[in-house]
Write a protein that binds this ligand. Structure first.
Ligand code: SAM
Length: 209
């Protein structure tokens, strides 16, 4: 498949390596806390949810526990990360799809809830990704997104540029991220800082008029 320049060429090799250790407690201490906060803020009942950039499926495991009857799907660019998800006991209940945030195989408005955790800071074209995330969210449904802000800018090598050479992280302020979500047609209802360097957004897609 031809490489899409909207994703850094180092993202796939990075997650091929990272997939081997991603579920270790040292990483999940942060990611797990973000997932738990998403669950705290999520609507009480959801019939369908899609996790874009689902990685090893740790958030999906928790969504499946919370809503055992919901239709759940996860999409990720990295086959090795998805293979970790597919090996988990919940996987039979969940549709796992290899693909890109820029062109998901889902219909307009297919999911009541769309989640996207700690993935969007790898998207070079965040406006296009935000439009796709909005497209698959049902009118009146929610997008819940957590991402790094620009707090690591001074710490990562090359970090003073917009895209750090280490880790391909693209530094965007929470204000910029919020504006992109709004430009994509979402109403941002809640923004909070997730210690130490992340931001969490809860946004609603307007009802069709
Ligand atoms: C840090 S991991 C987060 C995984 C998971 N959401 C979590 O919270 O544990 C980032 C994930 O985003 C995925 N990703 C990066 N760019 C992507 C893109 N353009 N489309 C789909 N997934 C992408 C990576 O493959 C990786 O699995």
């Amino acid at each position: 498949m031809q490489h899409d320049p909207r994703t850094s060429p180092i993202v796939e090799p990075l997650f091929r390596l990272w997939s081997r250790v991603y579920d270790l407690g040292i990483f999940q201490a942060y990611y797990g806390r973000v997932h738990d906060r998403i669950l705290e803020l999520a609507p009480p009942e959801v019939a369908s949810a899609l996790d874009v950039g689902c990685g090893t499926g740790e958030l999906l495991v928790k969504l499946a526990r919370r809503w055992p009857d919901a239709r759940l799907a996860g999409l990720d660019l990295s086959a090795p990360m998805l293979a970790q998800a597919a090996a988990k006991p919940f996987a039979a209940e969940v549709e796992l799809v290899e693909g890109s945030v820029y062109a998901t195989p889902f219909a307009d408005g297919e999911f009541e809830l769309v989640t996207n955790t700690l993935s969007s800071h790898f998207y070079r074209d965040f406006p296009a990704a935000a439009r796709e995330l909005t497209r698959v969210t049902a009118p009146g449904g929610r997008l819940m997104m957590a991402s790094l802000g620009n707090g690591l800018r001074r710490l990562l090598p090359g970090g003073l540029g917009r895209e750090s050479r280490m880790g391909a992280i693209i530094h965007r302020s929470p204000r910029e991220q919020r504006r992109v979500l709004e430009d994509a047609g979402l109403v941002v209802e809640h923004v909070e800082s997730i210690f130490p360097v992340g931001w969490l957004y809860v946004a609603r897609r307007a009802q069709r008029t």
